[in-house]
Design a protein around this ligand. Structure first.
Ligand SMILES: Cc1cc2nc3c(=O)[nH]c(=O)nc-3n(C[C@H](O)[C@H](O)[C@H](O)COP(=O)(O)OP(=O)(O)OC[C@H]3O[C@@H](n4cnc5c(N)ncnc54)[C@H](O)[C@@H]3O)c2cc1C
Ligand SMILES: *[C@@H]1O[C@H](CO)[C@@H](O)[C@H](O)[C@H]1NC(C)=O
Length: 520
C-alpha cells in the first residue's frame, strides 16, 4: 500500500511539473509548413510495372518488401550490393523487436544464423556489478522476453532471401542515383544496373530505405543527422563469455564499454569515444589506448576476452553515432524509412525495432488502398503513420538520448550523481529496475513510463546529493541536476510532440493494435 501511495504521489508531482513546463514553454512550437492534403483528386495513372519501388534491401527494405508483397503488391527492390554485408551495427534485437518481426512473419530470419539469446543486462560500475533481467512476468508483453545477438549481415541475407522467395518481389542489384520528380510528385528512380548502365524504374510509390549514409533523403526532407560520438569495436574470436546470455555494459571512462556473445564462438567488444579523441588505428595508438586505458577498466572476469581480440590483431572498426529527428516530407509519391528517416543513439540498440514497428504500421495503413498511386490517400496514410508510430519511436528516441548521456563519465557533480543514480536504480531491482528494462527492451513503449522513470532517478539522485544534510552546494547541484534531466526530456517533447508524449491514449492504442498476441 505504501509503495502504491508513493507511486501515486510521484506520478501526480511528475505530471504537474511536466504539464506546467509544457504549457509555458511550447506555445511557440514550430508550425508544420508541410501541406498534407490536397483538394484535387488523386492521380489515377496506372503503370504496368511494379506498385512500389524500394531503394535499399537492408533490414528495412527487405522486411518491407516481404510485408507489402504478402499483401499482394508487386515490389521492385533495388539494392546496391547483394553480397552479405559485413558491418558493426544492428547486432542486437530487443525482445520488442522480435515481437515485431514475428508479427511480420519474419521470426525465422533469426534462425540458422547462430544468433545468441540475451536474457539480462549486466552492469558494472566502480568494481560493482548488477544483473538486471528483461522482466519475465510482464503480463502485457505477449512474447518470449529475450533478445538476440547476431551478425547483422547474416540477418540481412535471411531477410533478403525471404523477400525474394515471393513471386511478386523483384530484387535487383543496382545503385540508385536520383529520384525522378514531376510537379512535386516522385515518379520513380534512375539507377545504374548490374551491367553498369544507367536506367530508370517507375512506380506509383517509392520507398527510400537506404540507411544512415543516405543522401537521397536530402531531396525529400531537409533534416540533418547530428554526429554525437563514435562507436569503436572489434571481435574476439574462438571464445565464450562466462555468462554468454548477458549483455555486459561497463560504465567506464570516458563512456561505456560493452561486450556480448555475437555468435557461439565470437564476442563483440565495443566502446564509445568522442570527436577529437579517437586514437589513430593506423599507427597503433588505438591498440595502445584499448590495452592501457580501457582494458584496466574492464572487470577482471571479462578482461581476458577483451584483450584477446586486440592481441590477435582483430580489425578495429569505427562507426559514427548519429541522431536525427523524423520529419515529414512535402513530396508526394515517396516515403522515407529506417535510418534515412529517423535515428537515435545506438547505446539502446533499438534502431531495428523502431524500423520494424514502422513497417508494421505502414503496412497496415496501406492495406485498404487498392492503388498506391493515389497521392492524396497515401499522404493521409503518411500523416497517420507519423502519429501512430510515436509511442514506440518517441519512447526509444528519448531513452536513447537519456541513456547515452547518463553513460558519459563526468567530473561534474550533478552529472555524476545522475550516472550513479541510474546505476543504483537498476541495481536495486524490483519495480523500478524491471520497469526500466521493459522500456529498454521495447516491451512497454510508453513515453509517460519513461518520463516517470527519469523523474524517479532524478529524485533519488537529488536525495543522494542532499544527504547526509542539505548543504548550499548540495542544493545548487540538485537544482542543476533537475535542470539536466529537463534538458534530456525537453528537446524530445518538442521534437516528438507534447500530446503524443503525454497523452496515454496514444500508447494504449499502439499497444492494442500492434502488440497483442492475436496476429502472431
Ligand atoms: C554503431 C551502431 C550500432 C547499432 N546497433 C544496433 C543494435 O544493436 N540494434 C538495433 O536494433 N539497431 C542498431 N543500430 C541501428 C540499426 O543498425 C539501423 O537502425 C538499421 O540497420 C537501419 O536499417 P535500414 O534498412 O534503414 O538501413 P540498412 O540496414 O543500412 O540498409 C540500407 C541498404 O541500402 C543500400 N543502399 C544504400 N545506398 C543505396 C543506393 N544508392 N542504391 C541502392 N541501394 C543502396 C545499402 O547497401 C543497404 O543494404 C546501430 C547503429 C549503429 C550506427
Ligand atoms: C541494364 O540496363 C540496360 C538499359 O536499360 C539494359 O539494356 C540491360 O539489359 C540492363 N542489364 C541488366 C543486367 O538488367
Amino acid at each position: 500500500m505504501d509503495m502504491y501511495l508513493t507511486h501515486v504521489c510521484l506520478w501526480t508531482t511528475l505530471l504537474s511539473v511536466v504539464v506546467t513546463w509544457a504549457i509555458s514553454h511550447v506555445s511557440n512550437r514550430r508550425k508544420k509548413t508541410t501541406k498534407l492534403t490536397d483538394t484535387t483528386a488523386g492521380q489515377e495513372i496506372r503503370y504496368g510495372g511494379p506498385d512500389v519501388i524500394i531503394v535499399g534491401a537492408g533490414v528495412g527494405g527487405s522486411a518491407l518488401a516481404y510485408a507489402l508483397a504478402k499483401d499482394g503488391r508487386r515490389v521492385h527492390v533495388i539494392e546496391r550490393d547483394m553480397s552479405e554485408p559485413v558491418r558493426m551495427m544492428g547486432e542486437f534485437m530487443q525482445p520488442g523487436g522480435r515481437l515485431m518481426l514475428a508479427k511480420l512473419g519474419l521470426q525465422d530470419c533469426l534462425e540458422e544464423i547462430d544468433a545468441q539469446k540475451s536474457t539480462c543486462l549486466s552492469l558494472y560500475k566502480d568494481g560493482e556489478k548488477a544483473v538486471v533481467p528483461f522482466p519475465v512476468e510482464d503480463n502485457n508483453f505477449p512474447y518470449e522476453p529475450t533478445g538476440r545477438t547476431f551478425h547483422n549481415g547474416r540477418f540481412v541475407q535471411r531477410l533478403r532471401q525471404k523477400a525474394s522467395s515471393l513471386p511478386n518481389v523483384r530484387l535487383e542489384e543496382g545503385t540508385v542515383k536520383s529520384l525522378i520528380e514531376e510537379k512535386g510528385v516522385i515518379k520513380g528512380v534512375t539507377y545504374k544496373n548490374s551491367s553498369g548502365e544507367e536506367t530508370t524504374a517507375f512506380a506509383p510509390l517509392t520507398v527510400v530505405c537506404k540507411g544512415c549514409f543516405s543522401n537521397l533523403r536530402r531531396s525529400l526532407n531537409n533534416n540533418d543527422a547530428e554526429v554525437m560520438s563514435y562507436q569503436v569495436g572489434y571481435i574476439s574470436k574462438n571464445c565464450q563469455l562466462e555468462e554468454p546470455e548477458y549483455l555486459h555494459l561497463v560504465m567506464a571512462k570516458p563512456s561505456f564499454t560493452m561486450m556480448y556473445q555475437l555468435s557461439s564462438t565470437e564476442v563483440r567488444c565495443g566502446l564509445e569515444l568522442f570527436p577529437g579523441q579517437i586514437p589513430s588505428i593506423a599507427n597503433g595508438d588505438m591498440t595502445n589506448f584499448l590495452r592501457n586505458t580501457m582494458a584496466p577498466q574492464v572487470p577482471p572476469k571479462l578482461r581476458k576476452i577483451f584483450l584477446q581480440g586486440i592481441d590477435e590483431g582483430a580489425q578495429i572498426k569505427v562507426m559514427p553515432t548519429k541522431r536525427m529527428a523524423a520529419t515529414l516530407s512535402d513530396k508526394k509519391g515517396a516515403i522515407v524509412l529506417g535510418d534515412a528517416f529517423n535515428m537515435r543513439h545506438p547505446s539502446i540498440a533499438s534502431g531495428m525495432m523502431v524500423l520494424l514497428s514502422d513497417i508494421l504500421i505502414l503496412r497496415r495503413l496501406l492495406q485498404p488502398l487498392e492503388y498506391l498511386g493515389d497521392t492524396n490517400k497515401v499522404s493521409e496514410v503518411i500523416k497517420s503513420f507519423y502519429v501512430i508510430r510515436k509511442p514506440m519511436s518517441a519512447t526509444v528516441n528519448t531513452l536513447g538520448t537519456a541513456f547515452s548521456q547518463v553513460l558519459i563519465a563526468s567530473t561534474d557533480k550533478a552529472k555524476e550523481a545522475m550516472r550513479q543514480g541510474c546505476y543504483d536504480y537498476l541495481s536495486s531491482g524490483g519495480f523500478g529496475a524491471s520497469g526500466l528494462m521493459a522500456l529498454l527492451g521495447g516491451m512497454n513503449p510508453r513515453p509517460l513510463s519513461l518520463i516517470y522513470h527519469l523523474f524517479v532517478v532524478t529524485l533519488s539522485a537529488t536525495v543522494q546529493l542532499l544527504s547526509p544534510f542539505p548543504s548550499p552546494l548540495g542544493i545548487w547541484h540538485s537544482l542543476r541536476l533537475f535542470g539536466l534531466s529537463m534538458k534530456l526530456l525537453v528537446p524530445h517533447l518538442k521534437a516528438e510532440g507534447i500530446s503524443q508524449m503525454l497523452f496515454p491514449a496514444y500508447a494504449a492504442v499502439y499497444r492494442k493494435t500492434y502488440m497483442t498476441a492475436t496476429t502472431i
